[in-house]
Design a protein around this ligand. Sequence first.
Ligand code: ADP
Ligand code: ADP
Length: 227
Amino acid sequence: NKLIEIKNVRHTYQTQNGPLPVLDGLNVSVPEGGFAAVVGPSGCGKSTLTRLIAGLMKPDEGEVWLHGERVKGPRSTVGMAFQNPVLLEWRTILQNVVLPLEIVPTKLNRKQQEDRARYLLSLVGLDGFEDKRPSELSGGMRQRASLCRALVHSPDVLILDEPFGALDAFTREDLWQTMHQVKEKEPFTGVLITHDLRESIFLADQVIVLSGRPARTQFLLDVPNTG
Ligand code: ADP
Ligand code: ADP
Protein backbone atom coordinates (compact mmCIF):
# COMPACT_ATOMS: atom_id res chain seq x y z
CA ASN A 1 0.00 0.00 0.00
CA LYS A 2 2.63 2.49 -1.05
CA LEU A 3 0.74 5.58 -2.11
CA ILE A 4 3.75 7.63 -3.19
CA GLU A 5 6.76 5.91 -4.68
CA ILE A 6 9.80 7.70 -5.98
CA LYS A 7 12.28 5.41 -7.63
CA ASN A 8 15.84 6.39 -8.50
CA VAL A 9 14.90 9.93 -9.36
CA ARG A 10 17.62 12.13 -10.79
CA HIS A 11 17.14 15.70 -11.82
CA THR A 12 19.36 18.48 -13.10
CA TYR A 13 18.16 22.02 -13.78
CA GLN A 14 19.71 23.82 -16.74
CA THR A 15 20.60 27.28 -15.48
CA GLN A 16 22.48 30.28 -16.83
CA ASN A 17 25.48 29.13 -14.81
CA GLY A 18 25.31 25.66 -16.31
CA PRO A 19 23.75 22.42 -15.15
CA LEU A 20 22.63 22.27 -11.52
CA PRO A 21 22.13 18.68 -10.32
CA VAL A 22 19.53 18.67 -7.55
CA LEU A 23 18.36 15.14 -6.93
CA ASP A 24 20.67 12.21 -7.54
CA GLY A 25 19.13 8.77 -7.27
CA LEU A 26 16.44 9.52 -4.75
CA ASN A 27 14.18 6.80 -3.38
CA VAL A 28 11.22 7.64 -1.20
CA SER A 29 7.99 5.90 -0.39
CA VAL A 30 5.05 7.00 1.68
CA PRO A 31 2.26 4.57 2.60
CA GLU A 32 -1.40 5.39 2.14
CA GLY A 33 -2.56 7.61 4.98
CA GLY A 34 1.04 8.34 5.98
CA PHE A 35 2.35 11.78 6.74
CA ALA A 36 5.93 12.45 5.67
CA ALA A 37 7.93 15.49 6.66
CA VAL A 38 10.68 16.52 4.27
CA VAL A 39 13.55 18.40 5.85
CA GLY A 40 16.92 19.53 4.56
CA PRO A 41 18.93 22.69 3.91
CA SER A 42 17.59 25.43 1.68
CA GLY A 43 18.09 24.60 -1.98
CA CYS A 44 18.47 20.84 -1.47
CA GLY A 45 15.46 20.02 -3.63
CA LYS A 46 12.47 19.82 -1.28
CA SER A 47 10.18 21.90 -3.50
CA THR A 48 11.46 20.02 -6.52
CA LEU A 49 10.44 16.79 -4.84
CA THR A 50 6.91 18.07 -4.21
CA ARG A 51 6.61 19.35 -7.79
CA LEU A 52 7.54 15.88 -9.02
CA ILE A 53 4.90 14.28 -6.81
CA ALA A 54 2.30 16.79 -8.01
CA GLY A 55 3.21 16.05 -11.63
CA LEU A 56 4.14 19.67 -12.26
CA MET A 57 7.47 18.57 -13.69
CA LYS A 58 9.12 15.43 -14.98
CA PRO A 59 12.41 14.10 -13.59
CA ASP A 60 15.29 13.57 -16.01
CA GLU A 61 15.48 9.99 -14.83
CA GLY A 62 13.58 7.67 -12.57
CA GLU A 63 9.92 7.22 -11.84
CA VAL A 64 7.25 8.80 -9.71
CA TRP A 65 4.25 6.63 -8.85
CA LEU A 66 1.03 7.61 -7.17
CA HIS A 67 -1.52 4.97 -6.23
CA GLY A 68 0.14 2.40 -8.49
CA GLU A 69 0.07 4.73 -11.49
CA ARG A 70 2.99 6.45 -13.13
CA VAL A 71 2.68 10.22 -12.71
CA LYS A 72 2.61 11.85 -16.14
CA GLY A 73 1.16 15.29 -15.46
CA PRO A 74 -0.70 17.48 -12.98
CA ARG A 75 -3.75 15.95 -11.36
CA SER A 76 -6.57 17.11 -9.16
CA THR A 77 -5.88 14.23 -6.76
CA VAL A 78 -2.97 16.24 -5.40
CA GLY A 79 -3.74 19.28 -3.25
CA MET A 80 -1.13 21.90 -2.45
CA ALA A 81 -0.77 24.63 0.15
CA PHE A 82 2.12 27.06 0.44
CA GLN A 83 3.72 29.43 2.93
CA ASN A 84 2.05 32.46 1.39
CA PRO A 85 -1.47 31.47 0.43
CA VAL A 86 -2.57 33.12 -2.77
CA LEU A 87 -6.22 33.87 -2.16
CA LEU A 88 -8.14 35.96 -4.66
CA GLU A 89 -9.22 39.22 -3.08
CA TRP A 90 -12.17 39.72 -5.44
CA ARG A 91 -13.66 36.44 -4.23
CA THR A 92 -15.07 35.63 -0.82
CA ILE A 93 -13.43 32.98 1.34
CA LEU A 94 -16.12 30.51 0.30
CA GLN A 95 -15.59 31.31 -3.38
CA ASN A 96 -11.84 30.88 -2.95
CA VAL A 97 -12.32 27.41 -1.49
CA VAL A 98 -14.76 26.44 -4.26
CA LEU A 99 -12.36 27.61 -7.00
CA PRO A 100 -10.57 24.29 -7.70
CA LEU A 101 -13.97 22.65 -8.25
CA GLU A 102 -14.66 25.21 -10.95
CA ILE A 103 -11.28 24.70 -12.59
CA VAL A 104 -11.37 20.90 -12.54
CA PRO A 105 -15.09 20.13 -12.74
CA THR A 106 -16.70 17.37 -10.70
CA LYS A 107 -20.20 15.95 -10.59
CA LEU A 108 -21.11 18.38 -7.83
CA ASN A 109 -23.61 21.09 -8.67
CA ARG A 110 -23.20 24.65 -7.45
CA LYS A 111 -25.02 24.03 -4.17
CA GLN A 112 -23.06 20.84 -3.45
CA GLN A 113 -19.78 22.59 -4.20
CA GLU A 114 -20.62 25.32 -1.71
CA ASP A 115 -21.76 22.78 0.87
CA ARG A 116 -18.44 20.99 0.50
CA ALA A 117 -16.55 24.26 0.98
CA ARG A 118 -18.69 25.22 3.97
CA TYR A 119 -18.05 21.85 5.57
CA LEU A 120 -14.28 22.18 5.17
CA LEU A 121 -14.33 25.74 6.50
CA SER A 122 -16.21 24.52 9.57
CA LEU A 123 -13.62 21.75 10.08
CA VAL A 124 -10.85 24.33 10.36
CA GLY A 125 -12.87 26.67 12.55
CA LEU A 126 -13.78 29.25 9.93
CA ASP A 127 -17.56 29.04 10.19
CA GLY A 128 -18.97 32.52 9.97
CA PHE A 129 -16.14 33.75 7.74
CA GLU A 130 -17.47 32.33 4.47
CA ASP A 131 -18.48 35.71 3.06
CA LYS A 132 -15.41 37.66 4.18
CA ARG A 133 -12.68 38.74 1.81
CA PRO A 134 -9.16 37.32 2.30
CA SER A 135 -7.78 40.68 3.52
CA GLU A 136 -10.30 40.65 6.38
CA LEU A 137 -8.71 37.50 7.80
CA SER A 138 -5.55 37.06 9.89
CA GLY A 139 -2.55 35.19 8.45
CA GLY A 140 -3.46 32.04 10.34
CA MET A 141 -7.05 32.18 9.09
CA ARG A 142 -5.92 32.69 5.51
CA GLN A 143 -3.72 29.63 5.90
CA ARG A 144 -6.75 27.68 7.15
CA ALA A 145 -8.74 28.81 4.13
CA SER A 146 -5.94 27.80 1.79
CA LEU A 147 -5.87 24.40 3.47
CA CYS A 148 -9.58 24.01 2.72
CA ARG A 149 -8.98 24.96 -0.90
CA ALA A 150 -6.23 22.32 -1.12
CA LEU A 151 -8.61 19.71 0.33
CA VAL A 152 -11.73 20.57 -1.65
CA HIS A 153 -11.12 17.88 -4.30
CA SER A 154 -10.53 15.25 -1.58
CA PRO A 155 -6.96 14.81 -2.78
CA ASP A 156 -5.11 11.55 -2.25
CA VAL A 157 -2.00 13.55 -1.52
CA LEU A 158 -1.83 16.83 0.34
CA ILE A 159 1.41 18.71 -0.21
CA LEU A 160 2.23 21.34 2.36
CA ASP A 161 5.19 23.53 1.44
CA GLU A 162 6.11 25.26 4.72
CA PRO A 163 2.51 26.34 5.27
CA PHE A 164 3.06 27.38 8.87
CA GLY A 165 6.50 28.95 8.46
CA ALA A 166 5.33 32.56 8.46
CA LEU A 167 3.01 32.25 11.47
CA ASP A 168 3.71 33.14 15.08
CA ALA A 169 4.36 30.22 17.44
CA PHE A 170 0.93 30.24 19.03
CA THR A 171 -0.98 30.32 15.74
CA ARG A 172 1.31 27.66 14.32
CA GLU A 173 0.68 25.20 17.14
CA ASP A 174 -3.03 25.90 16.90
CA LEU A 175 -2.85 24.90 13.26
CA TRP A 176 -0.98 21.70 14.10
CA GLN A 177 -3.93 20.69 16.25
CA THR A 178 -6.29 21.58 13.43
CA MET A 179 -4.29 19.42 11.01
CA HIS A 180 -4.79 16.39 13.23
CA GLN A 181 -8.52 17.05 13.46
CA VAL A 182 -8.81 17.56 9.72
CA LYS A 183 -6.89 14.38 8.92
CA GLU A 184 -9.31 12.35 11.03
CA LYS A 185 -12.32 13.57 9.06
CA GLU A 186 -10.71 14.01 5.65
CA PRO A 187 -8.02 11.35 5.35
CA PHE A 188 -5.10 12.14 3.08
CA THR A 189 -1.50 11.14 2.56
CA GLY A 190 0.62 14.11 3.55
CA VAL A 191 3.96 15.50 2.45
CA LEU A 192 5.08 18.43 4.56
CA ILE A 193 8.12 20.58 3.86
CA THR A 194 9.31 22.16 7.06
CA HIS A 195 12.34 23.52 8.86
CA ASP A 196 10.78 22.92 12.24
CA LEU A 197 11.73 19.63 13.83
CA ARG A 198 9.03 19.96 16.47
CA GLU A 199 6.51 20.38 13.71
CA SER A 200 7.78 17.20 12.00
CA ILE A 201 7.48 15.26 15.21
CA PHE A 202 4.04 16.61 16.00
CA LEU A 203 2.54 16.10 12.55
CA ALA A 204 4.50 13.47 10.67
CA ASP A 205 5.03 9.76 11.15
CA GLN A 206 8.02 9.69 8.83
CA VAL A 207 10.82 12.20 8.36
CA ILE A 208 12.71 12.28 5.07
CA VAL A 209 16.01 14.10 5.31
CA LEU A 210 17.44 15.27 2.01
CA SER A 211 21.14 15.79 2.33
CA GLY A 212 24.17 16.23 0.12
CA ARG A 213 24.46 18.24 -3.07
CA PRO A 214 22.92 16.91 -5.16
CA ALA A 215 20.64 15.40 -2.56
CA ARG A 216 20.75 11.65 -2.50
CA THR A 217 21.10 10.15 0.92
CA GLN A 218 17.90 10.24 2.79
CA PHE A 219 17.61 9.11 6.34
CA LEU A 220 14.20 7.82 7.20
CA LEU A 221 13.19 8.36 10.78
CA ASP A 222 10.02 6.78 12.00
CA VAL A 223 8.23 8.86 14.54
CA PRO A 224 6.59 6.43 16.97
CA ASN A 225 3.46 8.39 17.72
CA THR A 226 1.71 11.55 16.69
CA GLY A 227 -0.83 13.79 18.31
P1 ADP B 1 14.37 23.65 -1.61
O1 ADP B 1 12.89 23.56 -1.74
O2 ADP B 1 14.96 22.51 -0.84
O3 ADP B 1 14.84 24.98 -1.11
P2 ADP B 1 14.30 23.66 -4.51
O4 ADP B 1 13.75 22.33 -4.94
O5 ADP B 1 13.38 24.82 -4.54
O6 ADP B 1 14.98 23.48 -3.09
O7 ADP B 1 15.52 24.03 -5.42
C1 ADP B 1 16.70 23.25 -5.44
C2 ADP B 1 17.75 23.99 -6.25
O8 ADP B 1 17.35 24.06 -7.60
C3 ADP B 1 17.95 25.43 -5.79
O9 ADP B 1 19.31 25.72 -5.92
C4 ADP B 1 17.12 26.24 -6.76
O10 ADP B 1 17.65 27.53 -6.95
C5 ADP B 1 17.22 25.42 -8.02
N1 ADP B 1 16.02 25.50 -8.84
C6 ADP B 1 14.75 25.27 -8.42
N2 ADP B 1 13.90 25.40 -9.43
C7 ADP B 1 14.62 25.72 -10.51
C8 ADP B 1 14.29 25.99 -11.87
N3 ADP B 1 13.05 25.95 -12.31
N4 ADP B 1 15.30 26.29 -12.72
C9 ADP B 1 16.56 26.33 -12.28
N5 ADP B 1 16.95 26.08 -11.02
C10 ADP B 1 15.99 25.78 -10.14
P1 ADP C 1 11.95 27.80 -1.85
O1 ADP C 1 12.67 28.80 -1.03
O2 ADP C 1 10.49 27.67 -1.52
O3 ADP C 1 12.61 26.47 -1.96
P2 ADP C 1 13.11 28.95 -4.18
O4 ADP C 1 13.37 30.34 -3.73
O5 ADP C 1 14.23 27.96 -4.27
O6 ADP C 1 11.91 28.35 -3.33
O7 ADP C 1 12.40 28.98 -5.59
C1 ADP C 1 11.17 29.64 -5.75
C2 ADP C 1 10.68 29.38 -7.16
O8 ADP C 1 11.60 29.92 -8.12
C3 ADP C 1 10.59 27.89 -7.44
O9 ADP C 1 9.29 27.59 -7.89
C4 ADP C 1 11.61 27.60 -8.51
O10 ADP C 1 11.05 26.82 -9.55
C5 ADP C 1 12.03 28.93 -9.05
N1 ADP C 1 13.49 28.99 -9.13
C6 ADP C 1 14.35 28.86 -8.12
N2 ADP C 1 15.62 28.97 -8.52
C7 ADP C 1 15.53 29.20 -9.86
C8 ADP C 1 16.51 29.41 -10.87
N3 ADP C 1 17.82 29.40 -10.61
N4 ADP C 1 16.08 29.60 -12.12
C9 ADP C 1 14.76 29.60 -12.39
N5 ADP C 1 13.80 29.41 -11.49
C10 ADP C 1 14.18 29.21 -10.24
